[in-house]
Design a protein around this ligand. Structure first.
Ligand code: ADE
Ligand code: ZN
Length: 338
């Protein structure tokens, strides 16, 4: 008789870039199908061996380079479907997925192609994988405010379903949130939710600006808040969620090591912390693997109580209706660790 593998704790994932879920083997298969040569790499193993990063920018260079293989609706559908299958196997019941339309339209792939492919995968996900997923459209902060505005207008047909919100990602330093005041104002008028990467590499001023100028409801990363206690007080008082990505932080050298990661300090401060994967195909693990990594690092003091708290926080921080949230929180409460 085989022992059944225990089901992982139910969780939401709120910080994952769909383009960051492109596994090397899939990239090579798409390249072959689309008649594209990945000139710098001969095999998926070659590519994976290049996944050593000095900082956010060295990662972004490879992340954008690899996107050349994504061309057709089917490519985007397969990409999202593969992520949803892996996430479901690790206990993800709900996901708010980032995507970077400008990284595709700049290469001549129309936004309609991206949306058709991602949209089909998301629509099939509840029945196929038992996961509900929605999209957050990110603006590349190292591109112009005008490009963000143009992208925003081009995506209007998909506002509400499947695009529920806007975000801000890519190279943080030198690209403060305030640059995108206008487009975030339009997003608010359009009834979209607002989030932004802030405090991943940059100082706490970027987090203040994301809150006060862009009106964001959640901060992606947010680690640097700890150097500004007034900011921590504000984030705690308002229970502004932080979508923290501990493994990403270490691999992009924003934190020295997993055992020195500030996760326990953030939790002890009373912040609404969630744990996420960021770019799992590049960082060697999906969100369940990140939960395992923090659980297995004694210095982080994540026991079963904290694991349940992190799982509950993921649903508290999600853009769900009250009814949806309560149903998921009940699943977390009733979950029994093996
Ligand atoms: N795009 C994909 N991953 C990112 C990250 N960790 N920070 C900023 N932009 C990103
Ligand atoms: Zn990110």
């Amino acid at each position: 008789m085989t022992t059944p593998i225990p089901a992982p704790i139910p969780k939401a994932e709120l910080h994952v870039h769909i383009e960051g879920t492109l596994e090397p083997e899939h990239a090579f298969a798409l390249a072959a199908r689309n008649g594209i040569r990945l000139l710098r790499f001969r095999t998926p193993e070659d590519l994976r061996a290049a996944y050593v990063f000095d900082d956010l920018q060295t990662f972004l260079d490879l992340y954008y380079e690899l996107m050349v293989v994504l061309r057709t609706e089917q490519d985007f559908e397969e990409l999202a479907d593969a992520y949803l299958a892996r996430a479901a196997a690790q206990g993800v019941r709900y996901a708010e997925i980032f995507f970077d339309p400008q990284a595709h339209t700049a290469r001549g792939v129309p936004i309609g192609t991206v949306m058709a492919g991602l949209g089909r995968a998301l629509a099939a996900a509840p029945a196929r994988h038992g996961v509900t997923a929605r999209l957050i459209m990110c603006f590349l902060r190292d591109e112009s405010a005008a490009s963000a505005l143009e992208t925003f207008e081009s995506a209007r047909p998909w506002f509400g379903e499947p695009i529920i919100g806007v975000g801000l990602d890519s190279a943080e330093l030198g690209n403060p949130p305030g640059k995108f005041r206008e487009v975030f104002g339009l997003a608010q008028e359009a009834g979209l939710r607002r989030v932004a990467h802030a405090g991943e590499e940059a100082p706490p001023e970027y987090i203040w600006e994301a809150l006060d100028v862009l009106g964001v409801e959640r901060i992606d990363h947010g680690n640097s808040c700890l150097s500004d206690l007034r900011l921590v007080d504000r984030l705690v008082d308002e229970q502004v969620p932080l979508t923290v990505c501990p493994v990403s932080n270490v691999l992009l050298q924003n934190e020295d090591s997993l055992y020195e990661h500030p996760l326990p300090i953030l939790l002890d401060a009373g912040l609404l912390v969630t744990v996420n994967s960021d770019d799992p195909a590049f960082f060697g693990g999906y969100v369940g693997d990140v939960f395992d990594a923090v659980r297995n690092e004694p210095e982080l003091r994540v026991g079963l109580t904290e694991l349940r708290r992190l799982a509950a926080n993921s649903f508290k921080a999600a853009f769900l209706s009250d009814e949806e949230r309560q149903a998921y929180l009940k699943e977390v409460k009733n979950y029994r660790f093996a």
